[in-house]
Design a protein around this ligand. Structure first.
Ligand code: ATP
Length: 224
């Protein structure tokens, strides 16, 4: 089943053209690494796929839903439940505990505080930081907070997880561990995983590598 489909997506920052007609289809359960030199358009592609940026033209479908067909309010609700996002760092709310950070998407979707926290603590356990549930991000390592970011991205059961340099702020060992957690969590749930990376480690575990340059997909390599 197709989890994510970008068709002829174009995006410009004022006169700076970042994507020049990108078409990409990712199946449920597939792991795709987006690679390429700096400035090629990797992050812009990810932000369009996440519904954070609206393409100037072309369509983005997540789990069959055309994001541009939704109102802004519908889109943000859809994004929250069907799209998980993991960034390089700094994604968690600094004043909230890990448990409250991870519970947040469920609270915003109207779940009770107790149900949201119970689920958050289960998720923190799955990503290996349940003992740190009541600590705030500043009290923890980069690897621990990134694990919580993975839990927060997955707690709503998204069809697609989009990760922008998820291991970029970590040393190689913590990076490898985070990658293992991210791959397992998405595979267990059959979600598609699309990761932007400079890291060969990530490209090596992906099913497919998509290289982008000057806003165009330069080539795709199936790795498995
Ligand atoms: N907020 C912005 N305003 C104007 N131009 C931007 C903005 N963000 C990105 N760009 C430009 O869009 C193009 C694509 O940038 P993008 O960040 O998507 O590339 P990238 O491949 O992710 O780069 P990097 O690997 O350095 O993160 C570049 O020319 C960049 O300068």
């Amino acid at each position: 089943m197709t989890a994510l489909e970008l068709r002829d997506v174009e995006y410009s920052y004022r006169r700076n053209v970042a994507l020049r007609g990108v078409t990409l289809t990712v199946a449920s359960g597939e792991v795709v690494a987006i690679t390429g030199a700096s400035g090629g358009g990797k992050s812009t592609l990810l932000h369009c796929a996440a519904g954070i940026l609206q393409p100037d033209s072309g369509t983005v479908r997540v789990d069959g839903q055309d994001l541009s067909a939704l109102t802004e309010e519908e889109r943000s609700k859809y994004r929250r439940s069907r799209i998980g996002v993991v960034l390089q760092f700094g994604q968690l709310v600094p004043d909230l505990s890990l448990a409250d950070n991870v519970a947040l998407p469920l609270l915003l979707d109207g779940h009770s505080r107790q149900a949201a926290r119970t689920s958050a603590i289960e998720w923190l356990d799955q990503v290996g930081v349940a003992d740190e549930a009541e600590a705030t991000p500043a009290e923890l390592s980069g690897g621990q907070t990134q694990r919580a970011a993975v839990a927060r991205a997955l707690i709503t059961g998204p069809a697609v997880v989009l990760a922008d340099e998820p291991t970029g702020s970590l040393d190689s060992r913590a990076g490898q561990e985070l990658l293992d957690v991210l791959l397992k969590a998405t595979r267990d749930r059959g979600a598609a995983l699309v990761m932007v990376t400079h890291d060969n480690l990530i490209a090596a575990v992906a099913d497919r590598e998509v290289r982008i340059r000057d806003g165009v997909i330069q080539h795709e390599v199936r790795l498995t």
